[in-house]
Design a protein around this ligand. Structure first.
Ligand code: NAP
Length: 248
């Protein structure tokens, strides 16, 4: 019996990086996993097969998290195909970094829509089912940048701070229905995205972290297993940093 046996989870943006690690850890813990991707169609299909090998139900959906109507359609499809929805993880995210002086309106809007509005879209659609079931765990992936701010990432930091306020508000509104809502704030996590960066720069980042290394996607995924499971049944409205003490 896994920690998530019998539960159905929906994870947005799971074709790679942290979302992919969450999907695999969830499947290992016995959850049925619905997940989304947008551009990485082949990776999404490969993940579906990889997850199914754990003996759980798995399905990938091509769905734009920033689109309100698409998120509604997605959640309805998951509920009807999986028979319910117990855990929602808003992980889909992008960066369009630039100094404020050079940041375009499009770069601002795109990041706010994909990172922040997406949380509103899926939570709004998922709460119908969770309220009926009088149970649910919602996990929104924010970032230490949303707590601290970061030069060159005003749009990204604003979207991630917004997620913190949103998470706490949802926890307050839906607590009486036994729906929990928490955020996970990763620090520097080494994914495919960081693997293409110059090694010297990355080493500089590692050296600045008290634990002297970047985090692994699995280490974020493990925090999500805890918050999705009944192990965290009285934890709601919190922001759990997974950052090797980067920000204390
Ligand atoms: P990543 O490797 O770039 O993966 C992002 C995922 O989001 C991909 O699966 C991508 O799918 C999906 N996605 C992007 N736009 C989407 C959209 N409009 N609709 C649906 N899916 C979409 O990023 P990551 O590093 O794993 O980051 C995952 C989350 O953790 C993000 O929210 C990020 O802000 C947060 N985070 C990451 C770090 C870090 O150090 N890596 C630190 C703090 C927070 P496609 O490829 O199919 O488009």
């Amino acid at each position: 019996m896994g920690l998530l046996s019998g539960k159905t989870a929906l994870i947005t943006g799971a074709s790679k990086g942290i979302g992919r690690a969450i999907a695999i850890r969830y499947a290992q813990e016995g959850a049925n996993v619905a997940f989304t991707y947008l551009s990485s169609v082949e990776k999404g299909q490969a993940l579906e097969n990889e997850l199914a090998a754990f003996g759980i139900k798995a399905k990938g959906y091509k769905s734009d998290a920033s689109n309100f109507a698409a998120a509604d359609e997605l959640v309805n499809a998951v509920v009807s195909e999986f028979g319910g929805l117990d855990i929602l993880i808003n992980n889909a995210g992008i960066t369009r970094d630039n100094l404020l002086m050079r940041m375009t309106e499009d770069a601002w809007d795109e990041v706010i829509n994909v990172n922040l509005k997406s949380c509103f879209n899926t939570v709004k659609a998922a709460t119908r089912t969770m309220m009926k079931a009088k149970a649910g765990s919602i996990i929104n992936i924010t970032s230490v940048v949303g707590i601290k701010g970061n030069a060159g990432q005003a749009n990204y930091a604003a979207s991630k701070s917004g997620i913190v306020g949103f998470t706490k508000s949802v926890a307050l509104e839906l607590g009486s229905r036994n729906i929990r809502c928490n955020a996970v704030a990763p620090g520097f996590i080494e994914t495919e995205m960081t693997a293409v960066l110059d090694e010297k720069t990355v080493q500089g980042w590692r050296d600045a972290i008290p634990m002297k290394r970047g985090g692994q996607p699995d280490e974020v995924a493990n925090a999500c297993v805890f918050l999705g499971s009944d192990m965290s049944s009285y934890i709601s409205g919190q922001v759990l940093q997974v950052d090797g003490a980067m920000l204390t």
